[in-house]
Design a protein around this ligand. Sequence first.
Ligand SMILES: [Zn+2]
Ligand SMILES: [Zn+2]
Length: 321
Amino acid sequence: MSVSEITLPNRLARWRRLCLSSFVLAGITALVLWVAVVGLVRQGRLETVLSAGRAELAAPLLIALVVATGLCERIWPAERRPVLARGHVQDACYLALHAVVVIPLMTLLSVGAATLIGDHAGWIELRATEQWPGWLIVPLTIAAMDAANWLAHYADHRLDALWRFHALHHSQEELSVLTSFRAHPLMHTTGFLLATVPVVALMPTRPIAPVLITIYVCIGTLQHANLRWTFGPAGRVIVSPAYHRLHHAADNQAVNLGVVLTIWDVLARCARFPARGGDVGRTGLDGRPVPVEQAESPGPVLRLLAEQLIEPFGAPRSGLR
Ligand SMILES: [Zn+2]
Ligand SMILES: [Zn+2]
């Protein structure tokens, strides 16, 4: 028997322990980033664009919102827990990862997606919208972006290849405003590819004011707050912390997929509006298919962070559908 015959089954078994689709998504992400970096370096605009991205996605307004929401969570918590609860500490690490890695990644993904769409699907640019007034086209584009984000979120839940990355976000059993940043960096690729389509189509020559992007991000960040806020009547239209908490229910994540607007859930018949003063449900994922800090012996924070980030690349653990 030759050496290759002996080792082949072992090699196959090793490959079977890997998740091919996760490597494909990593490859697509690398391709989009490469397109963005090459184009920006050629134009000498790489640093300028990265700085503009930081200004939008780490704006003082967003930082102030996170701090203010953290204070509100101490005063009116939906679930009372220590400041240094394991979930808060772990999600603070994701906040650091977000600031250092994810913000430049998001900036380059949107540039790369716009470059690819412009180069290969320029026909989607609706030049007639150039004559439309700003008060009409800007809200329309942001609403279309939100619909694209809803679609990406829907795909995260429907397609196993994407769920492998999204499950980390849902694994948090102690929701707080910091959970907004608990996301695998590769979870953002489909969202940016889809959300760039309406921007290129509706506003091909006009940029959206950075402050509007910041406000959009702020509303999307507030939804994970450990608060019972339903936003009253406005909560029928805008995603509130209580509304999004229902999406994080441990036993059912099929409702309330909206990012900022609830209308897409209403149209898809998967909106469930929270009752004022209703029960605070259990969050996380039943069966803990992703390693979590609330486990019996989770190990050091940074090692767990690495395990959580590597998890989608291995064979699914039991409990991960
Ligand atoms: Zn989700
Ligand atoms: Zn969430």
